[in-house]
Ligand binder design. Structure first.
Ligand code: ZN
Length: 54
C-alpha cells in the first residue's frame, strides 16, 4: 500500500504548523489540528501550468 502523505504548512500565520495529510485527502479540505483552520489540499503536487496537458 502507498503510505504517502503530503506536507503542508498551515496558512494561519500565527500557527504555521506543518501538517501531514494523506494522499486520500487530495481535493478535500483538512483541518489544522492545532488551530482549527480549514486548509484545502491541492489535487496535484505540481499545478504550475494548468494547460500543460495535451
Ligand atoms: Zn494551524
Amino acid at each position: 500500500m502507498s503510505d504517502q502523505s503530503l506536507r503542508m504548512m498551515c496558512p494561519n500565520l500565527t500557527c504555521r504548523k506543518v501538517l501531514s495529510v494523506p494522499e486520500a485527502a487530495r481535493g478535500k479540505t483538512v483541518r489544522c489540528k492545532q488551530c482549527g483552520t480549514n486548509i484545502r489540499v491541492p489535487n496535484k503536487a505540481t499545478e504550475e501550468s494548468p494547460s500543460s496537458k495535451s
